[in-house]
Design a protein around this ligand. Structure first.
Ligand code: IDP
Ligand code: MG
Length: 134
């Protein structure tokens, strides 16, 4: 099977707590390749574009202010079945529901400060990668 790519973000709460290395270690230990990586502080406008699929959710405004509240790490992850593999390693959106050993179970603070983002489909992966890396 050919390699897939996905967009991963380490969100402000995790960057702020110096968890970047620990999170990347989980990816690499699981055979995922970090193909591209950069540290950025996105604007609220950019966050709105990125989270456009959530524009009708009640938490949209807070979500966008949160993503733009501090530096984040943006990465293109590469590997076999990496979209699902990354989602599995991340764990459930709400850390209270996240399985033992997942990134969110280990590091997330709350449903909004949940440490990582990962694309959920090939279509969104390719959109999100172009938004951050082009
Ligand atoms: P995901 O990050 O696991 O894919 P999504 O449903 O796509 O979860 O939601 C995007 C982000 O929006 C979540 O990671 C989380 O930060 C935030 N979020 C989702 N649901 C809620 C909520 O009910 N309250 C506050 N923030 C939420
Ligand atoms: Mg999502």
């Amino acid at each position: 099977m050919s390699d897939q790519k996905t967009l991963s973000l380490i969100k402000p709460d995790a960057v702020e707590r110096n968890l970047v290395g620990k999170i990347i270690d989980i990816f690499e230990t699981n055979g995922i390749v970090i193909e591209k990586i950069k540290k950025v502080h996105v604007s609220n406008e950019f966050a709105k574009k990125f989270y456009d699929v959530h524009k009708d959710k009640p938490f949209f405004k807070e979500l966008c202010s949160y993503l733009s509240s501090g530096p984040i790490i943006a990465m293109v992850l590469k590997g076999e079945n990496v979209i699902k593999k990354n989602r599995d390693l991340m764990g459930a959106t709400n850390p209270k529901d996240a399985k033992e050993g997942t990134i969110r179970q280990k590091f997330a603070i709350s449903i909004d400060k949940n440490s990582v983002h990962g694309s959920d489909s090939e279509e969104n992966a390719s959109k999100e990668i172009s938004l951050f890396f082009s």
